[in-house]
Design a binder for this molecule. Sequence first.
Ligand code: C2E
Ligand code: MG
Ligand code: MG
Ligand code: MG
Length: 282
Amino acid sequence: RAKALGRERHEVFNIAMHTRAVALLHLETDLRQAVNRQEFRLHYQPIVSLSTGQITGFEALVRWQHPERGLVSPGEFIPVAEETGLIVPIGWWVLQEACRQMRQWQGKFLGNSPLTISVNLSSKQFTQPNLALAVHQILQDTGLDAGSLRLEITESAVMENAESAISTLLQLKKLGVQLYIDDFGTGYSSLSYLHRFPIDTLKIDRSFVSRMSGDSENLEIVSTIVTLAHNLGLDVIAEGVETSEQLAQLRALKCEYGQGYFFSRPLDVKAIEVLMARECQW
Ligand code: C2E
Ligand code: MG
Ligand code: MG
Ligand code: MG
């Protein structure tokens, strides 16, 4: 009886594995076609200076315009794209398109200082041997000033191999690009390394910001991260700002920038242009 049960379980497990494998294979094939058919789109989410209340730039966020499934969010395909290496061609397209778009917007929306564009780099992309050269080439091709580009790298991507990460970051810095650590607080960043990374800004993960109100412990965590960043000479962006209460708390903590649904969701190009025409101030 025990044996039969074991076998049954084994089979159920196999079927589940098989189903998953088939689904993944299907997704991979689809994704490969999507690269060739150029089915990716960028949405842009404003980043707001908390001192002036004005939009200083955007984060580019990729979506997949699937012929049958409609707009697919990155959480549903980035992991598979990472696993299969497809993230590399997708990532180059994102970088090129985001820089091109920002160059165009800079000519259109003239402010006190040029708008900036943040682009996410996956760990696979971050370890490409020709990364700095490719970034340089894209800046040349699109005519975007290096000072307007920010590259977002997660804590885990830089900690995977900290020594080689430092050298890659230095090459990127040399181009004049700014470097952000994304989702800060969720990975294992060794605090002893943080000051050795030539970075400019920490993005506090949304999970801390969202639990900030009504929870003194989480407020304390955010406050500690802001202090740590400032002691290291870094700016801070709070992700996932959803309420005016959070905004007020972040302002009190002297956090430099905010990003989140309270200001705006990620929007397509047209909607961003409508938003910019309204000259919002928070
Ligand atoms: P991320 O880089 O941390 O981007 C922020 C995510 O938080 C975005 O989700 C954004 O829509 C969401 N978000 C922003 N404000 C709020 C808020 O107030 N509340 C809530 N609940 N969510 C908010 P999205 O666009 O689904 O992207 C998810 C993740 O996918 C990104 O996290 C990033 O890790 C990855 N990703 C997106 N685009 C790219 C890309 O072009 N390349 C790579 N390698 N990864 C990307
Ligand atoms: Mg990001
Ligand atoms: Mg983030
Ligand atoms: Mg995040």
